[in-house]
Design a protein. Structure first.
Length: 130
């Protein structure tokens, strides 16, 4: 969405988890299938959120409350804590307050998670452009 808006040079976007279980791995194969079907480039490998990320980035989006707690545990001071938001706070087409783990969502779990991500990203980009 950032690329399509011609804003690539204005954003630095990174993805990280709060636990190191999948560090170095590409996205799950089922998520890759969903991404390919939607024309989303598959780039990067999993990394773990760290104290550098907390100081370097302007916004830290947590997919659920457990990840939010993990991010807040890394925060040093009120300014870093204020950067941590729940991703679903940016969703307008869905009522979920947390992004569910797609592994437990049955046949449609990864599709549903991508629906949430696209919804939240659209609104987040609108807000950041305003």
């Amino acid at each position: 969405m950032v690329d399509d808006a011609g804003l690539t040079d204005q954003f630095e976007i990174e993805s990280a988890g709060t636990i190191g279980f999948h560090v170095g791995n590409p996205p799950d194969g089922r998520m890759q299938e969903v991404m390919r079907a939607r024309g989303i480039p598959i780039i990067g490998r999993s990394k773990q959120l760290d104290s550098f990320d907390m100081s370097h980035y302007d916004l830290i989006l947590a997919m659920d409350n457990d990840n939010r707690s993990g991010a807040l545990a890394l925060a040093r001071g009120d300014a870093q804590r204020a950067k941590v938001k729940l991703f679903c706070d940016y969703c307008s087409e869905h009522s979920e307050t947390e992004v569910p783990d797609p592994y437990y969502g049955g046949d449609r779990g990864f599709e549903h998670v991508m629906d949430l991500i696209e919804d939240g990203c659209r609104n987040l980009l609108k807000e950041l452009m305003a």
